[in-house]
Design a protein around this ligand. Sequence first.
Ligand code: HEM
Ligand SMILES: CC(C)=CCC/C(C)=C/CC/C(C)=C/COP(=O)(O)OP(=O)(O)O
Length: 311
Amino acid sequence: MSLVERQDTISQDSAVWNGGMGSVSDYVALLKPRVMSLVIFTAFVGLMLAPGSVHPVLGGVAILCIAIGAGASGALNMWYDADIDEIMSRTQKRPIPAGKITGEEAFAFGMTLAIGSVVTLGLLVNWFAGAFLAFTIFFYVVIYTMWLKRSTPQNIVIGGAAGAFPPMVGWASVTGSVSLESFVLFLIIFMWTPPHFWALALFKSGDYRAAGVPMLPVVAGETSTRHHILAYSLILAPVGMSPYFLGFASPVYGAASAVLGLAFLALAANVWRRREGDEARKACVNLFRFSIFYLFLLFALLLGESLVAGA
Ligand code: HEM
Ligand SMILES: CC(C)=CCC/C(C)=C/CC/C(C)=C/COP(=O)(O)OP(=O)(O)O
């Protein structure tokens, strides 16, 4: 059975016993709100750090459009991935495999929000930012979800760029352009994504194996994945400090990002050391949780400094 036929079957089965539209909370779940909250925060920081100013109402509109665009890409990801989400324990309860929303409904919802957010950002803010948002959605849905995710263990390294673009979109909403500073924000998230994800994938590799998704631990093995996590963390620590090295963050940021980078590295080294049983699992969970805290704090520090400088 082809992928499309398989997704249609899942949708039709679901629609039969569900008997209609999902609830509001099912549609909200399609937006991947928890993951996207940090994405939206990084976009907000990009917008706040950009030179010049934008009317607060337009700034709000830009963030709303980026948030809706991010949610739309989550819904389209769930539409396309319904067949593998049904197999993996972490994703089985999502609205489509749980039979709350059909694949067709999710697709229509995602496309409507994607087009609406891009056109609104283009018309009300600027078309460079609108096109950048469209490209980011395209990158996550088509390049990552439809192509790389099922074809290469480097899927999240290349595909991770999609999650790193939002601060550049926020920045572009103010300036209508890109710059070295906005690229540095991109680079931080780009280097952060592999250890963020592989820490989780290490102890969820059974799920990915069952679903036939070639994530690194499944294809290259756990030892190689641990090496990759350590290598990316070693690069991430100085990249996280680069706003200070490049002169657009203060020594306070420099010191704080150094401490955070070292802590990240220590947790990655712990994942590398502890390879068996519950200790290994705990080391992965600790790194995964800290990765989220790390990115939030780094961007919060940059935001704090820009607010203090602007006061
Ligand atoms: C290709 C890139 C990425 C992959 C493959 C990935 C994968 C994952 C996975 C599988 C989870 C597990 C939990 C869940 O399903 O909610 C997760 C959680 C999370 N991710 Fe990522 N992620 C990526 C990029 C990002 C980016 C760019 C951000 C934010 C800037 C982010 C923020 C988060 C947050 C906040 C959580 C915790 C959600 C919760 O508490 O439920 N992720 N990520
Ligand atoms: C503005 C805009 C369009 C932002 C998009 C940001 C973006 C690409 C975030 C990626 C976050 C994420 C949950 C990836 C996991 O995909 P997955 O399919 O491997 O994870 P899953 O198995 O949990 O579905």
